[in-house]
Design a protein around this ligand. Sequence first.
Ligand code: HEM
Length: 403
Amino acid sequence: MAVRNREFDGDFDHLDPELSSVMNEALSALRDRCAVARSELYDGFWAALSYGAVRTAASDAQTYSSTGSTFIPPVKVDIQVAPSDYDPPEHTEFRKIIQKFFTRSGVAAVEAPLRSLVRARLVELAAAGKSDFVPGLGRYAPPLAIALAMGLPPEDGEKFVNWTTEMLSSAMAGDFSTNRRISKVMLDYAAQQLDARRDDGESAVITAIANGRVAGRPLTPTEKVGMIRGLVLAGNESAANSISTMLYHIATVAGLRERLIERPELIPSMIDESLRLESPLIGIGRTVVADTTLAGQSLRSGERLLFVFNSANHDPEIFPQPEEFQCPRDRNSHLAFGFGVHRCVGEHLALLQMRIIAEEVLRLVPDYRLDSEHPEWAPGRQFRGLARLPVTFPSRMRSTRGR
Ligand code: HEM
């Protein structure tokens, strides 16, 4: 065990099941000792803990490469995920294919259909009088949002998430034949969608990927699957976690719920503070490709580095009283969406989902109550999220009409 009495007893282990319940205190104690910590676990890696160290390294894709695997320990895959697993200049070309669909205005068309699906879901949940918001809303909305943003029928989002999850778990188990089988299913699905919209030009992510080009040539079938998979992998788990964590914060931070009801314009600041305080992606890895120095620590080519977002986002040099939920927080330049060329493509889609859910929950079931105020964080993963969030709805639901 690596965490004892809220201190790392030996090597830092971001996957230690014991870490989830003492995450912020343990990271704070370690960050006070060093900005970049060494761990001998998983064949050895460095952990960037301070805000400055994470931001500096994330800004330098020349020295810190994303090829190979961005997981620590590495996950061997047969299909490179794009754009995440590429460095510039290839990364820039892959990213350009999808970027325009994920700007603030690019995702605006998702709002109306997603809002009406979320409302209908809340009506269903409230009718039952109680729910678990993790499956109830957290895991419900992201597949719909991804499908809508990709220009696919919303009900197909779940299919993509299942395919992608199965591909990742089979790759982790070294079962590449399952990977190949699912790749083919995904490509057949994409081909069907393309047939149905041959004349649409590049009006949706799926058609842009199908017609995408890198280095002056069309994408190969494997690259197309890698791009679809990249979006679904990156867009599902973090978003699911961010939604449940936000609903936990609204219910437990003293006075927050009332303030948001009175001043809904504070919802975006609340969302940012929730992402800062409990960042959904704990860390992401890089491979050092040239000897360098980071926050005074010498790193050698070939070594691995983990950006620990949950530590950087609690750095007291940048965030005064980092353990407090402040809404609004002055200059909340958190790194929950990363930094530099790999900064999250889906940021605006994620913020949109969170805002719709916050607004609809506060409008339709504003007095939802948690069964327990103690968060039950899912242990031992690279993601920070609640295992369960059981709630009850004490009063009848407000009208769903209007707006
Ligand atoms: C609150 C929810 C989310 C969080 C906290 C989050 C966090 C992140 C972070 C930290 C990165 C940087 C990874 C790196 O530096 O290697 C990233 C990249 C990425 N995210 Fe998100 N993400 C979220 C939602 C989404 C959504 C909804 C989508 C799209 C459907 C998405 C798509 C991507 C993609 C494609 C990348 C790779 C970008 C690149 O390598 O250029 N993310 N995300």
